[in-house]
Design a protein around this ligand. Structure first.
Ligand SMILES: Nc1nc2c(c(=O)[nH]1)N[C@H]1C(S)=C(S)[C@@H](COP(=O)(O)O)O[C@H]1N2
Ligand SMILES: [Mo]
Length: 389
């Protein structure tokens, strides 16, 4: 084949690739892209801010101690995180559908313009892939499905920054288009099967349904409406069970009559049987478990104040506490109570839920319950508390 033949074939091939004009739905428009994009941006911002907050709340040794009041704050922020992420799913799908013909836009001829065009495409590729990654891993985490080997929390956190950074670049580039789209009347009825207005309404409705079906899993009474709640609200005391004693491999040790809780500080160690714990002054508090996976439920817990246990070994008020579980391995098998949490009058080593002895799956013989904390830190089957300077 001669050189000219090759160029000829190549040119024909390139001509066969569709251009953006070949995707003819009149429901697509800059206004649609910009409006859906604006709400998508709002969802990402809410998810980002509540995500950073959740990350801070899970650091074992936060630089700034997070407050223990209001007791429901983490429940609210994590509910918002899941609601925003879920609403973003239909919004992102419509947004991608509305802009994908632009993938086939021919690059400009002029070198400078071509470079700029390439840079913009690259930033959009980063934005789209990080956004998809966040939504897919977030949804999978809600379903407790981990088809990967990396740490969900640190990866989701890192990619959150990537998504936010590329989103800011994208907004800066598109600001004129966004402004115009919101200033111009939205509906110029096109001859298409679906008008733009119908498409927009359907998009808002889909996002609304997504929010309702995810967020209500935190609202008592309507939890059964939630299609995304992977755990039933009907565990003992109305609280779902995240991991059973059998799954954690602690059944034998947790039910051993010789069980004793060790409390230590600076060389002093005390061992307390379940009877010893029950003989101590009991405190009752209504506190939620707010799981990062998107469900939350409030319970009435009774047990011994962590602060009272620390007094037994002479640990100073404000000491942090390392909490260890009978469970071996696994991210939730231990946690750390920062000093302000351990000192809180509502930080409890719970022995009972809803006036019943704690069930084995809720952490029998004893578990941590403290205000305004991620569920993952409410350690179950506790066998050791170590006060730390
Ligand atoms: N030892 C231990 N404690 C644990 C867990 C665990 O897997 N092992 N899961 C944590 C998580 S992620 C949550 S949301 C709560 C749930 O408590 P529940 O199962 O009593 O509802 O327990 C926490 N405590
Ligand atoms: Mo959790």
């Amino acid at each position: 084949m001669s050189g000219t033949r090759v160029t000829d074939v190549l040119t024909r091939l390139i001509d066969a690739v569709p251009t953006e004009k070949d995707f003819g739905s009149t429901a697509r428009s800059r206004e649609l892209s910009a409006r859906v994009g604006t709400w998508l941006g709002v969802c990402f911002l809410v998810a980002f801010l509540t995500g950073v907050w959740s990350h801070l709340a899970q650091l074992p040794d936060p630089l700034l101690p997070l407050p223990t009041r209001p007791i429901w704050l983490y429940r609210l922020t994590q509910g918002l995180h899941i609601a925003a992420g879920t609403a973003a799913v239909p919004l992102l799908l419509v947004k991608l559908w509305s802009v994908f013909p632009q993938l086939f836009r021919r690059p400009p001829a002029q070198t400078r313009a071509r470079l700029l065009d390439g840079a913009e495409r690259l930033s959009i590729a980063v934005l789209v892939s990080s956004a998809l990654f966040q939504l897919v891993t977030g949804l999978a985490n809600s379903a407790q499905w981990y088809p990967w080997s990396f740490s969900f929390r640190s990866t989701h956190f890192a990619l959150g920054w990537v998504a936010m950074g590329s989103l800011l670049v994208h907004i800066a580039v598109k600001l004129p288009v966004i402004r115009q789209a919101w200033l111009r009347p939205q509906d110029v009825p096109g001859p298409g099967v679906v008008s733009r207005r119908t498409l927009l309404r359907a998009t808002w409705a889909a996002a609304g349904v997504a929010v309702v079906t995810s967020a209500v899993s935190g609202v008592p009474g309507v939890r059964r409406l939630s299609v995304l709640a992977t755990r039933s609200g009907t565990g003992p005391g109305g609280i779902p069970i995240n991991k059973t004693a059998a799954a954690a491999g602690v059944t034998h040790q947790a039910t051993d009559p010789a069980f004793a809780l060790a409390v230590t500080w600076n060389g002093t160690e005390r061992h307390l049987s379940l009877a010893d714990l029950r003989a101590m002054p009991q405190t009752t508090a209504t506190l939620p478990i707010a799981c990062v996976e998107g469900w939350s439920a409030s319970g009435t817990w009774s047990g011994v104040r962590i602060a009272d246990l620390l007094k037994l070994v002479g640990a100073p008020t404000g000491a942090a506490v390392l909490v260890e579980s009978l469970q071996r391995g696994g991210a939730s098998s231990h946690s750390r109570l920062p000093g302000n949490v351990a000192a809180d009058s509502r930080a409890i080593l719970a022995l009972a839920l809803a006036s019943e002895p704690l069930s084995l799956d809720h952490g029998f013989p004893c578990r941590v319950i403290a205000p305004n904390r991620p569920g993952a830190l409410q350690t179950k089957w506790v066998n050791r508390l170590e006060a730390q300077a």
